[in-house]
Design a protein around this ligand. Sequence first.
Ligand code: TRP
Ligand code: SF4
Length: 332
Amino acid sequence: MEKKRILTGDRPTGPLHLGHYVGSVANRVKLQDEYDAFVIMADIQMLTTHFEHPEKLHQDVLNVAMDNLACGLDPAKATLFIQSMVPQIAELTVIYSNLVTVQQLSHNPTIKTEAAQYNFGESMPLGFLSYPVSQAADITFCRAHLVPVGEDQLPHIEQTRKIVRKFNATYAPVLVEPDAKVSEVPRLVGLDGNTKMSKSLGNAIFLSDPPEEVKRKVSTALTDPARIHPTDKGHPDVCVVYAYHKVFNPEGAADIEQRCKAGTIGCVPCKKLLVDVLNRFLAPIRERRAVYEKDPDSVWDILNKGTARAYEEGAATMALVREAMKIAYFPQ
Ligand code: TRP
Ligand code: SF4
């Protein structure tokens, strides 16, 4: 039986961080055996917030690809590809634009949050407002069944489903309506306690950070502000260090919670424990990344092959779409 297909991916805005790992990358690595996995380097989507910096994309596409491979994505199983090199995604975006209202887009909660973060105010780029339409094309160009993502992406998957239903009802039922699969691990907060770990907020630990950098960053992490002496009774629930222990040190977390509450562990040793846990977790990822860093051509080769396969899928879908819309004027 043919495998079902997943599509997921990231904006290449820099190297991936622990939040990406927990929210999405771990899931895609886990699912790559059971599913035919497509992983998009969404360079066009990156331009919706950083249009003036296309020169960064070359390095960051490479970074994101290397991070995915370092986390265990296997190029023999998964198809890594570059969004801008699959023109059918752009074609579908234009066609889908007619099936969405500006109203719907401006009510998208993730768009609202990000728009505030980028301070667009009255001058929101059209491309930014409509990137969920482009994301619908990212997902549907290969007729994906499932989209493993972090929770913040759910409005976009919902928007995609709406577009697919509208397309199928209006023209002919050729598109696949995808389901979302949200990571079981709750979102990882930033080191500063911000609800989102993000490069632009400067509160992220990157998968490619060396051990000393992890140590330095953890030392800046927000702890229970009410705790002054190591013997003060602490409140782990308001502590970022504890939140990370829960995710990366699940066996040790209960003990830490209890000792923090009792005032029998200080924040300094507690942070030291976390640094060790994170560095043990990151060690094999760093090791695999180092191999790719020495040979970037091999990564471009993986992207090149993956993009060629994505292009074929895009062409097949566009043929169905043209047929459905009765605009297959002559064979292509
Ligand atoms: N919007 C996603 C993010 O910011 C990245 C992305 C682009 C994506 N296209 C996608 C995710 C398609 C899932 C499916 O992380
Ligand atoms: Fe946080 Fe650990 Fe300090 Fe408690 S002891 S406040 S869990 S860093």
